[in-house]
Design a protein around this ligand. Structure first.
Ligand SMILES: *[C@@H]1O[C@H](CO)[C@@H](O)[C@H](O)[C@H]1NC(C)=O
Ligand SMILES: *[C@@H]1O[C@H](CO)[C@@H](O)[C@H](O)[C@H]1NC(C)=O
Ligand SMILES: *[C@@H]1O[C@H](CO)[C@@H](O)[C@H](O)[C@H]1NC(C)=O
Ligand SMILES: *[C@@H]1O[C@H](CO)[C@@H](O)[C@H](O)[C@H]1NC(C)=O
Ligand SMILES: *[C@@H]1O[C@H](CO)[C@@H](O)[C@H](O)[C@H]1NC(C)=O
Length: 687
């Protein structure tokens, strides 16, 4: 236990993926290459070095670096300088390294033999021991089955990853006071293949990576300096020291936790157990007994069916998403007075798995995620201090009168992708929720705008429902609304009351796209800045429909059946701040007249425009882009002067393929490649 106490005082078991681990190894190497200065500036040595021949196919620097990386060597190079400090032999086919090879290289500091064909038989056990300055040894990606018995005490970093090691000896990594990092992942190590105390006398080890082996237990006697340990464990350690502050066992294969793994740890603050294989049966009765200060517990992505019982009162954040939770046992959350965030999404929780007291003690809870479960109604007794409530992706069909009203601080309510019908939302369901400003109810089965929506709502997402009618008073209480999205419903002009919007005096964005409107509605709010009515069946913009809309910046009327003569005279002229007008996909035969002076982007593609007069853009000097492709234009039907005065024009997209000399033959439209005419350049001459 003594070892453990020391070890884990600072131990922060961070479990990183293979790539990151590899990254670390590479960083070490790079540091090494760049960081080693020439310590002997006495010119003479250098001169001597320069005279010594460099092995064939390799490159050598005057500073003792020999680079034979990937030059198809099958043998250790013979004629190396005695002054060699860094030797790069990685990515070759070397099978043997003998004492004789190494005996001359007394100055060697870095030896890189990664990715060769070395076997244990081919690696002289005594060889490395004589390299008294060796600090960095890279042997990853070879075929070693046992580690060298002795490595030099000067060693700082050793990489044996991706070999077939089954055995480590006491002096492989023991008695190395300078040793900082050891990489042993992707080997075949078992608990029995490790020496009793494999880092005895190597007290400065900081990084040990041993994942992807066959270990069942944490090796004993790990050095106290260790701060990163990566193991793939199936069983958690039976005992961890009482001094433990944080433990990260994420992304292992744990199936079992013992009472003293995390119990009796008064200093323990955070435990990370996500991405394991824990089931309810694998947890001890009271896994945090005597660990009363735990604040963060992450157990997402396991196989739990029940919320663990007896969680510590200090808990602040609890993650249990992506499990198989069906039930929250009575009292599971009763003592969690400090819990602020609770993540329960992607489980199988149904209303049967909880009751009106399940959450009622969570007085500090501000964030609750119950999305993607199996709820059929909004649970009763939700915590009253919630700010954000996720209930989307359930099968919620109803909201009763008292489910939400006690949550006085609620600001965001996400109810999209459920099965809500208007009549099963109680008219008083949102009463008194004065802070609730964002409600998402898209993808439900609403036939009407629900009665009694929150009065302070700013954003209301009602798209993708079955709303077919908006009556005179359906929106009457929503006067704080700035964004209303009613797209992809079943609205017809006949059932959209012309006074329905009268109270929405500060509405800025309205989306009515994807309905069945035959005419642009009258009585839209004059405060609108963005109006979308795409994908409807509009044949008319009736007199006055756009009257007084002096704030409107963007208007999208794409994909309707509008003709020029079905748009009332002067319609566009009223829109004095309009910058974007999208009339593409309609039945216009000419460029609309009376376009506002403010216009910058005009979309008219996919209409029936067959000619452009010289005066078409006379009133729109600010225009930057005009899109006209897929019309019926021909070379002769476009007047050259039409665009010549437009000094700000950057994009004129006519799709020249369909400007055919045969005027007006619509049938000859050619599919053409995207193309933008850079008019601006030409226009500069004019201005
Ligand atoms: C650790 O090393 C010391 C010498 O430094 C030795 O006396 C002791 O027996 C070693 N302990 C183990 C468990 O190997
Ligand atoms: C909790 O720990 C105490 C000792 O601190 C012990 O007496 C008790 O039996 C433990 N309870 C459980 C459920 O493990
Ligand atoms: C829960 O419901 C029961 C009746 O079904 C009631 O007696 C109890 O007071 C309720 N608890 C809360 C916290 O509302
Ligand atoms: C969802 O809940 C219903 C009862 O409310 C139950 O019949 C059904 O099996 C549950 N589905 C899943 C996937 O748990
Ligand atoms: C309405 O919601 C849809 C889907 O999220 C979105 O694509 C559209 O832009 C929204 N409308 C507006 C005006 O923001």
């Amino acid at each position: 236990m003594g070892h453990w106490r020391g070890l884990l005082e600072l131990l922060y078991l961070v479990l990183l993926g293979w790539t990151l681990v590899r990254g670390q190894a590479e960083t070490d190497l790079k540091l090494d290459k760049e960081g080693v200065e020439v310590e002997d500036p006495s010119g003479t040595v250098k001169n001597v070095e320069l005279q010594i021949s460099c092995p064939e196919k390799c490159s050598c620097s005057g500073e003792g670096a020999v680079d034979c990386n990937g030059v198809s060597l099958t043998e250790f190079p013979q004629d190396l300088s005695e002054e060699t400090r860094q030797l790069s032999l990685q990515n070759n086919q070397i099978t043997e390294v003998t004492l004789e090879h190494l005996s001359r290289l007394q100055q060697l500091e870095t030896l890189n033999l990664q990715n060769n064909r070395l076997t244990t038989q081919g690696l002289d056990d005594e060889g490395f021991h004589i390299l008294e300055r060796l600090s960095y040894l890279y042997l990853a990606n070879n075929k070693l089955t046992t580690a060298p018995r002795h490595l030099p005490p000067s060693l700082v970093s050793a990489d044996f990853a991706a070999n077939q090691l089954t055995k480590i000896f006491p002096n492989t990594f023991g008695q190395k006071p300078a040793l900082k990092s050891v990489y042993l992942h992707n080997n075949k190590l078992t608990d029995a293949g490790l020496p009793e105390n494999m880092f005895n006398g190597s007290d400065n080890l900081e990084i040990l990576i041993m994942s992807s082996n066959f270990l069942r237990y944490v090796p004993k006697g790990l050095p106290t300096a260790l701060f990163r340990l990566h193991l793939k464990l199936t069983t958690a350690p039976r005992h961890l020291p009482p001094s433990l502050v944080s433990a990260d066992f994420a992304a292992n294969q744990l199936t079992k936790i013992f009472p003293n793994t995390f119990g009796q740890k008064p200093a323990l603050k955070s435990v990370y157990l996500h991405n394991n294989k824990l089931t309810d049966a694998g947890l001890p009765e009271n896994m945090f007994n005597g660990s009363d200060n735990l604040e963060i517990l992450i157990m997402s992505s396991n196989f739990l069916r029940y919320v663990p019982k007896g969680l510590p009162t200090a808990l602040f954040r609890l993650h249990l998403k992506n499990n198989k939770l069906e039930k929250i046992p009575a009292g599971a959350f009763d003592n969690l007075f400090h819990l602020r965030e609770l993540y329960l999404q992607n489980n199988f929780l149904s209303n049967d798995g909880m009751d009106n007291e399940t959450f009622s003690q969570l007085n500090s809870l501000e964030y609750l995620d119950l999305s993607n479960n199996n709820l059929s109604t909004v649970p009763l007794g939700l915590p009253r201090n919630l700010i954000l409530l996720h209930l989307e992706k359930n099968s919620i069909q109803s909201i009763t009168v008292n489910a939400l009203t006690p949550i006085r601080n609620l600001e965001y309510l996400l109810l999209h992708n459920n099965r809500l019908r208007s009549r099963s939302i109680h008219p008083a369901a949102f009463q008194g929720l004065k802070r609730l400003h964002t409600v998402h109810m898209y993808n439900n089965l609403l036939e009407r705008v629900p009665r009694g929506l929150p009065r302070r709502a700013k954003t209301l997402m009602l798209l993708h429902n079955l709303i077919s009618e908006i009556g005179r008073n359906d929106l009457i209480m929503l006067y704080t609304l700035t964004e209303l999205n009613l797209s992809y419903n079943r609205l017809t002009s006949a059932k959209l009351h012309r006074e329905a919007f009268r109270k929405l005096r500060i509405l800025e964005t309205l989306d009515l796209s994807g309905n069945k409107l035959q005419t642009l509605p009258l009585g839209l709010p004059k405060s609108l800045q963005v109006l979308k009515v795409k994908d409807n069946q509009m044949v008319e913009i009736p007199e006055g429909a756009l009257m007084g809309m002096s704030s409107l910046r963007e208007l999208y009327l794409t994909n309707n059946q509008l003709k020029l003569n079905s748009i009332y005279q002067g319609a566009w002229q009223e829109l004095s701040t309009l910058t974007t007008l999208d009339l593409s996909g309609n039945m216009l035969s000419h460029i609309p007249s009376d376009l506002p002076e403010s216009l910058e982007f005009l979309h008219l593609q996919n209409n029936r425009i067959s000619s452009i007069s010289a005066t078409a853009f006379l009133n729109t000097p600010n225009i930057k882009s005009i899109f006209l492709r897929f019309n019926r234009l021909s070379v002769h039907s476009v007047s050259e002067e039409s665009f010549s005065h437009l000094s700000k024009l950057q994009v004129l997209d006519i799709g020249h393929g369909n400007i055919s000399p045969n005027r007006g033959k619509a049938g000859e439209q050619v599919e053409e490649v995207e193309e933008e005419l850079p008019y601006a350049e030409e226009e500069e001459k004019h201005s």
